[in-house]
Design a protein around this ligand. Structure first.
Ligand SMILES: *Cc1c(COP(=O)(O)O)cnc(C)c1O
Length: 401
């Protein structure tokens, strides 16, 4: 198979065959055709961005059972807005000063084991992260990484929020963290960027008590790459909107949708806020709305079987490779799709890292999962792959062995 010519060929940029899953650095996911069409149509006429945000809010509310929703230019952008909302609340002066936080509570408490590279987004809004707990889980002493009392202990007058990164392995339970935070009226922000599917997760974190939840619009939802969803408390979403929407508005005619912003609560129009650099256009908003609807209507069990069957077919092909041991893993606790793991035997004379590098240098570039490359293993994720591309990936792997 020779992959079909793409727009990237036309632009003189190598196309990527994506066997690594929904990774932003290689373009995330394939946008749904209906979302791409919505973007093209949206580009041809105008709508008020705040009206589109209000429509998105209504849909996010229906899908998540949260009080309100909002769209920013990625899940990371939604995290900036979440932190900004928790720090500034309805204080126009504080909104104006962010990321400088003199005079307002700006600490975000989180378990040390929840820290990720993405928490830079919280800090970008002006938050100082106060991390608690240890990494004791792996000492084999029976201790956990963070005891609920440690979260309570870290909450002070300076606390703006508690942040939680949702993964199957994170602890303590989100419910417990929310209870602890709410005793002090402190909101909880949940990074659930990649936790869809299952669809059930759309409502799960709201039910657990979270105040603001972040999902990526460009991963399994398959909306525009530069979208992220913020779902949560109406007052906090309102603050996020005030700090994100273009605010070059004249006060006498400032009339944002009442569902999104209650102008009566504010002493005037805020300035362009910290979120202004995270803007989404009418195209992204239209695309995300259409994609989220399609995601909710999608048969996820069917999709999972499709992924499993694809991986099984690729596993058969992998069994014909010399010096490669394969296993089908995942699909359970830590990942949303099953994957094909390929362990490269020493006898191959080439390391897994060499293979990953070589495949990436081909034209088209081939990206396989490389998280366990230092253990001699690479992986094939079915989410962004067709059967034909999957076979091509294994053909090229064989050719490079
Ligand atoms: C992907 C991801 C993000 C960022 O999502 P974007 O939509 O690309 O901004 C944040 N947190 C986690 C845990 C993620 O997996």
């Amino acid at each position: 198979m020779e992959p079909d010519a793409t727009i990237y060929d036309e632009l003189g940029v190598p196309t990527v065959i994506n066997a690594a899953g929904t990774k932003t650095r290689i373009g995330g996911s394939r946008i749904r055709p209906e979302a791409a069409e919505a973007m093209r149509d949206a580009a041809n006429s105008f709508a008020r961005i705040s009206d589109l945000q209000a429509r998105a809010s209504e849909l996010i509310r229906e899908c998540t059972n949260a009080e309100a929703g909002y769209v920013a230019s990625g899940a990371a952008a939604a995290m900036v807005l979440a932190a900004a909302a928790c720090i500034a609340r309805d204080d126009l002066g504080a909104m104006h000063r962010l990321p400088h936080t003199d005079g307002v509570a700006d600490e975000v408490v989180m378990a040390r084991t929840h820290r990720t590279g993405y928490d830079h987004a919280l800090r970008a809004a002006g938050a100082t992260i106060v991390d608690v707990g240890t990494n004791d889980r792996y000492l084999g002493t029976g201790a956990t990484n963070v005891e609920p009392w440690e979260i309570t202990d870290a909450i002070t007058e300076e606390t703006a929020a508690v942040a939680y990164v949702q993964k199957e392995y994170t602890e303590p339970a989100l419910e417990t963290v929310c209870e602890r935070a709410h005793e002090f009226d402190v909101p909880v922000i949940v990074d659930a960027a990649a936790e869809l599917p299952p669809k059930r997760n759309l409502t799960r974190f709201v039910e657990a008590g979270a105040d603001l939840i972040v999902f990526s619009g460009g991963k399994a939802i398959r909306g525009p790459q530069s979208t992220g969803i913020l779902a949560g408390r109406a007052d906090l979403v309102e603050s996020a909107a005030l700090q994100h929407l273009d605010m070059h508005a004249s006060e006498p005619v400032w009339d944002p949708p009442a569902d999104l912003i209650d102008v009566g609560r504010f002493d005037g129009v805020p300035r362009q806020g910290i979120g202004r650099s995270l803007k989404v256009g009418k195209e992204e908003l239209a695309g995300l709305i259409v994609a989220l609807k399609a995601f909710v209507d999608e048969d996820h069990d069917g999709l999972r079987s499709e992924w499993s069957e694809r991986i099984e077919r690729l596993a058969e092909r992998a069994s014909t490779l010399d010096d490669v041991t394969h296993a089908v893993t995942g699909g359970g606790k830590v990942s949303v799709a099953p994957e094909l793991e390929l362990s490269i035997d020493r006898a191959a004379g080439v390391s897994a890292a060499d293979l990953v590098r070589r495949l990436r240098r081909e034209d088209p570039r081939i990206f396989v999962g490389a998280d366990a490359v230092s253990e001699g293993t690479l992986s094939i994720n079915p989410m962004c792959l067709t059967d034909e591309e999957g076979r091509y990936v294994l053909d090229r792997l064989e050719a490079n062995l």
